[in-house]
Design a protein around this ligand. Structure first.
Ligand code: TPP
Length: 941
């Protein structure tokens, strides 16, 4: 070590660096600091001076001021080694508070003792940090931001900060800047400014409203489910603060996702739904007079699942607050909210889309049992920092009532905290005792400031309790008797806060009581008004309605040939010097020929459909696993320069485009990935939002989103969208898991024209289908069974004329059949068509016609009947499918087909028999089965 020229400043900076990060200083310096070696220290005058100054209580400042004046050590000053060790112990103590302070924090309003940690106890350190020794350790060198000159002065503040009614977990964060910012923000108390008297009064008034509403509902509607918020009442003022701060930071919208707990209260107080409306819904459970049946034939939904939107006035202007509709399935709404927020944050009205996270803020309110238990939470957290999915940071609020229905935390999770999962995502976590209203508000201020600065997620774990059972029909004491006993005598947060304000002289007892009776009177008055309105209104009849529908038949989907030629060229343009992989380049360049001479394949037709829509001002968002290239290497919408790795997407540079095209490879998720796109599509109704499964089978990982949102959202919440699922489907010998997009599931879920389902067989059909989906005035989700082998099959390719002059055909008749000769009509759907017509037996089966049903739902009854009627000598109709009999389309469309048959013409099934697994594992078994099906379809029985 070179000691010449060493100055005290340098030595100190090394020492400080060492204290912050021991690994960050050269090994020899580390050894020195750790040894406290007097001789070595003597050899380093600068450092010696530093230690001298530490001893004289000048906190190292003297060491920085050359020339140093020798300080007279007080008689009782400890020796250097002890002092150095004390500094090191002091550092450990500070670190321990930052890392483990939460273990000693008083987070439970019900008063359970925190476990604590030996590292937090100064007397248990080595050397024991007595009060006297603490007084010799300068606070500055410990790099804390709490007030106090010495450790002795700083420690109580440190304890207050880290082990009070708030606690923090942030040392797991890998970004140094974020960590340091958080420490500073927390220790300096920047976000814990005491509330002003006015703010306190407002807070009390809010808590009174929250509690008052729950109490009124419980009394007025005994036993009806309200999933009371009580025990977590402060959540509502926390949301108030969030909305205020979001508006201040420039947001126009706050999108909230939450489950049942406290939802009615949030609807009333956060969204601003009038008490009367909520009371009407409660009355609706008793009398149909209170609610009118859905005139459109939907089922509606229970009151604590309904979505809502309101406008709030803040100091920074008006802001929209949306509560997303959600099903009972806990946490399923999380990615939906993220997608929705992302859509709000995105300007798609120009070729270069723009994402601005300041525009909207997502808030997810989780249950403490659900957060660690439901995998979708992890999937959603994993979206947070991805370019295609980020929403610039979500505020996660765990409504932690320390129980999940009747399940205790020890049974419900393997982690100490409900929030622990978030640690793996570098998310700061604030735990806060829900009985400390001011601390809860401070937690929100910190969270919002962090999000604003770093555009990342934050978790606030609000630790409260549940005053009653899981719902108003449950008895908590049956399963959590001790907790229930404690809660029975535990004053509410409003009561505590009121008592405190009275003691402080901020309000009088009369004022506090007056607030309670005011809320009560408001609710009573609203209820009276509602009741008198029943008396006057004529009872509404329950009507059998129809959800308006359209199969999109009217939409013109053809695009002029010249425009398609131009777009085709542009889709192949790359900037000068950009080198596409030579093999790929050859494939792509073929598209210049196919547009003229035929052979437009799936990928090309899709690109042209997208490009033409962009030119018509329709934005598009396409995501899925490996979707930029396409699972089957057929799309190549993003090109990679083989020399530089640079990426270029020609479709984003179309000269005529007047809308944005977004494409992203998704993370390996189905549930959150589809949920996100569903949410996005509901908030961007003008956009064609597509999600592609790697193989169709995998869509069942997203079953909750399909069942609870996509197919039933319209009926339950009048919420629909153009979400389009591309599900590779077809029996090609790849085994049980890569054959089926589970067509039967979607067909089973289809009713009241809630969705559209197609399995098309040509590139042009796909082109027209996509365009129709985007342009149809009636938005509906679309499920497409997309091909694999057909992507490149010559017969499935199309010509420019097909795109420029054709349209979507829900049923395609046999083009070559001799109508007078045909005795059997084979109807089928999807790829099996090519197996049938491509079979050698086809040539001899001239009494057989083969037609395709391209749209399976809504079933094209009229078009199918026309095809059937086109064969006057028909003796039988065969439905041929490659799926097993209990799968595929058969069971869902059989009755539809039967409606089309002339009298006396039977309908016969040809396909795999009933099977528990979709397809054979052995390729040879597959081939045999495929051959049997084709032969059975073509030959007479
Ligand atoms: C996916 C799913 N599984 C099970 C349930 C049934 N369920 C409803 S509430 C609940 C407990 C939830 O506990 P927690 O997340 O802590 O929220 P709390 O009700 O305590 O507010 C359960 C298991 C559900 N709604 N969703």
């Amino acid at each position: 070590m070179d000691v010449d020229g060493l100055n005290a400043g340098y030595a100190q900076s090394l020492l400080e660096e060492y204290l912050e990060n021991p690994e960050g200083v050269p090994a020899e310096w580390r050894a020195l600091f750790e040894s406290g070696d007097r001789e070595l220290l003597a050899a380093l005058p600068g450092l010696a001076r530093l230690f001298e100054s530490l001893r004289d209580g000048s906190n190292g400042r003297a060491a920085l001021a050359p020339p140093p004046a020798p300080a007279a050590a007080p008689a009782a000053a400890p020796p250097d080694e002890t002092l150095l060790a004390a500094v090191a112990a002091g550092v450990s103590l500070v670190k321990a508070h930052r890392m483990h302070g939460h273990l000693a924090a008083h987070l439970d309003p019900l008063g359970s003792e925190p476990p604590g940690d030996p590292a937090l106890e100064p007397e248990r350190l080595d050397p024991p940090l007595t009060a006297e020794l603490q007084a010799h350790v300068p606070a500055r060198i410990l790099r804390t931001y709490v007030p106090g000159e010495t450790l002795r002065e700083a420690l109580p503040a440190l304890r207050e900060v880290y082990c009070g009614t708030s606690a923090y977990e942030l040392e797991h964060i890998s970004d140094h800047e974020e960590r340091v910012w958080l420490r500073q923000a927390i220790e300096s108390g920047r976000y814990r400014n005491p509330l002003s008297a006015d703010e306190k009064k407002r807070l009390l008034a809010r808590l009174t409203e929250v509690e008052g509403m729950e109490r009124y509902l419980r009394r007025a509607f005994l036993g009806q489910k309200q999933f009371s918020i009580e025990g977590l009442d402060v959540m509502v003022p926390m949301l108030d603060e969030t909305i205020e701060l979001a508006a201040e930071a420039g947001a126009h919208e706050v999108v909230i996702g939450m489950a049942h707990r406290g939802r009615l209260n949030v609807l009333a107080h956060t969204i601003g739904r009038p008490y009367e409306t909520i009371l009407r819904e409660f009355e609706g459970e008793r009398t149909l007079d209170a609610v009118s049946a859905d005139p459109e034939g939907g089922t509606g939904d229970v009151k604590y699942h309904l979505g809502a939107e309101g406008t709030r006035s803040t100091k920074s202007g008006q802001i929209t607050v949306t509560l997303a509709a959600n099903p009972s399935h806990l946490e399923a709404v999380d990615p939906v909210v993220e997608g929705r927020t992302r859509a709000e944050q995105t300007d798609r009205s120009a070729r270069a889309g723009r994402h601005d996270a300041r525009v909207a803020l997502p808030i997810l309110i989780h249950g403490d049992a659900s957060f660690p238990g439901q995998g979708i939470v992890a999937e959603t957290l994993n979206l947070a920092n991805l370019a295609g999915y980020t929403t610039g940071g979500t505020i996660h609020l765990i409504a932690n009532n320390q129980v999940g229905f009747t399940t205790d935390p020890v049974e419900g999770r393997s982690t100490r905290y409900s929030s622990d999962l978030a640690k793996g995502f570098d998310v700061p976590i604030v735990h806060v005792n829900a009985d400390d209203a001011e601390a809860a508000i401070a937690a929100i201020r910190l969270a919002l400031a962090f999000r604003r600065l770093f555009e990342k997620d934050v978790v606030v774990d609000l630790v409260g309790y549940r005053r009653f059972g899981h719902n108003e029909q449950d008895e908590a004491a049956y399963t959590q008797p001790l907790m229930a006993q404690k809660i029975a005598t535990h004053p509410s947060v409003r009561e505590q806060f009121a008592a405190w304000l009275v003691a402080e002289g901020v309000v009088s007892q009369e004022e506090a009581d007056g607030l309670v009776s005011d809320v009560e009177s408001q609710l009573k008055a609203a209820h009276e008004r509602l009741r008198s309105s029943f008396a006057q209104a004529a009872p509404s009849a329950v009507r059998e309605g129809h959800i308006p529908h359209s199969t999109g038949g009217q939409v013109v989907t053809a695009v002029a040939a010249e425009r398609l030629r131009g777009l085709n060229r542009e889709l192949l343009e790359v900037p000068g010097g950009f080198t596409v992989h030579p093999k790929l380049l050859k494939q792509l360049e073929r598209r210049l020929e196919t547009i003229e001479s035929g052979g437009i394949d799936w990928g090309q037709a899709e690109g042209l459909a997208f490009a033409s829509l962009l030119a018509e001002g329709i934005p598009i968002r396409l995501t899925g696993q490996d979707t930029e290239r396409g699972t089957f290497s057929h799309r190549h919408i993003a090109l990679h320069d083989v020399r530089t790795g640079a990426v270029y997407k020609p479709i984003q540079h179309l000269r005529e485009a007047t809308a944005a095209f977004e494409v992203h490879n998704s993370p390996l998720s189905e549930l959150a990935a589809v949920g996100f796109e569903y949410g996005y599509s509901t908030a961007a109704p003008e956009t064609l939002v597509l999600w592609e499964a790697q193989f169709g089978d995998f869509v069942n990982g997203a079953q909750i989103i399909v069942d609870q949102f996509m197919v039933s959202g319209l009926s339950k919440w009048r919420q629909t969208s153009r979400l389009t699922l591309l599900l590779p489907h077809g029996y090609e010998g790849n085994g049980p898991e890569h054959s089926s997009g589970r067509l039967e599931r979607f067909l089973q879920l289809a009713a009241q024209e809630n969705i559209r389902i197609a399995n098309v067989t040509t590139a042009a059909q796909y082109f027209h289908l996509l365009r129709r989906q985007a342009l149809d005035a009636t938005a509906r989700p679309l499920v497409v069974m997309t091909p694999k082998g057909l992507l490149r099959l010559k017969q499935a390719s199309s010509t420019l004329a097909d795109l420029a002059e054709g349209s979507f055909g829900p049923v395609l008749d046999d083009p070559g059949a001799d109508r007078e000769r045909v005795r059997r009509l084979v109807l089928c759907s999807g790829k099996v068509y090519y197996d049938v017509v491509g079979d050698e037996a086809r040539a001899h089966a001239d009494t057989v016609a083969v037609a395709r049903v391209e749209q399976l739902y809504p079933f094209p009854v009229h078009e199918a009947a026309q095809v059937v009627q086109g064969y006057p000598r028909l003796e039988e109709v065969v439905w041929a499918q490659e799926e097993p009999q209990n799968m595929g389309a058969w069971r869902a469309i059989r009755h539809r087909l039967e409606e089309t048959l002339p009298d006396g013409v039977p309908l016969r099934y040809v396909g795999r028999p009933w099977r528990a697994s979709p397809s054979e594992g052995y390729p040879t078994a597959h081939l045999r089965e495929q051959d049997r099906i084709v032969k059975a379809a073509l030959s007479s029985t």
